[in-house]
Design a protein around this ligand. Sequence first.
Ligand SMILES: [Zn+2]
Ligand SMILES: [Zn+2]
Length: 355
Amino acid sequence: MRAMLLRRPKSIDERPLELVELQRPHPGPGEILIAVSACGVCHTDLHVCEGELPPHKSPVVPGHQIVGRVAELGVGVTEHALGDRVGVPWLHWTDGTCRYCRRGDENLCDNATFTGWDVDGGYAEFAVAPAAFSYPLHEKLSDLAAAPLLCAGIIGYRSLWLSGLVPWGHGREAAGGPAGAGAAAGRRLGLYGFGAAAHICLQIARYWGAEVFAFTRDEKHRRLARELGAAWAGAADEPPGGDPETKLDAAIIFAPAGELVIDALKVLDKGGTVAMGGIYSSPVPPIDYPLIYRERVIRSVTNSTRHDAAELLRLAAAIPIATETQVFPLEQANDALIALKHDGIRGAAVLQVTS
Ligand SMILES: [Zn+2]
Ligand SMILES: [Zn+2]
C-alpha cells in the first residue's frame, strides 16, 4: 500500500514525509482494517513531523482523522461489519483499568495510545484500529467533510464544554444532543486562532445560541469566521467587537501561542474560563494576579473520550455542521502541512487517499 512515512522529525519545510510502499497491515483481535478514503490534517501532525511531540514509534505513518470502509474484521469484532463506513480519531486505545479510566476520564488514561503517534495512522491506503475506538459516520456527512470532525471537531467540542460556555444547570446530554439549540443563549465566546477546530467549534456555539468573536491575524480566516456567523473578527489584542466594555464569558485558545492567554484574560468576564485546546503551546508568560483574580480559570484540554466523539458526530449530523475543506492528494501531505504551518489553509486540510 502507498503511505506517507515519517522516518525522522524535522522542519516541515524540509519535507520529512516520504512516499513509500508498505505491507498492508492485518487486524489483530478486536481490530478492523480500514480502506482509507480520506484523512484530515491536524496541527498535531505538524507537531509529530517537526518533533515538538517526541516520537513514540519510529518510523511512523501520521494521521488521526481517518475516514474509510471496513475491509477486514479481526477476531471477535461485533461493532462493525465489512463495508461499513467508519471514522477513527486521535484516541487509539485506553486500558479501561487505570484510575482515570475507571472514573470515566479515559482521555487522561495512563496507558493511552494515539493514532499516528503510537501506531501508524491514516496517511496511507489502509489503517488498523480497535473496533471499539472506531465510530460509524452518519450518511449526511461525506468522507471529506467528515474527516476534520474526527479531531478538530471532537477537540473543539470538548473545549466548548471545558470553557464553561454552557452554564451550570444545562445538562451535557441535553445540550449535546439535537435539543441543545439555544443552550448558551446570550453568552459570549472568544476563539483565538481560527483553523480547523475553531471553524467547527463556532458552528456548535452558534447553534447553542452564543455570540462568537474570532481573534485571528489572517484576513482569510477572519472572512471565514464572519461567513460562519461570528459577530466580529479581529486581532488578538483588540477588545471583542472593538468595544472595550464587552467581556467574554468563555475563551478557547486554539493557536499554539501561550501569550494569547494574556490577551484572552484581559477581556474575560469575572468567573470566566480560558481553555487551551492544543496539545502543544509555547510558554504562557507571567500573569499579573488581577488578571485571574475574581475566579477566572485557565485550563487545558487533553485528548477526548469516546463519549465526546460519539456526541460530536451525532451533533454534527443534527446541526448539520458544514466543514470547509482544502483537499490535497495523499502524496502532497508535506504540502498540506507546510500550508497549515504558514496559515495557508481556509478551514481544514484533508488528504484524499482514494476516491
Ligand atoms: Zn486508563
Ligand atoms: Zn488532531
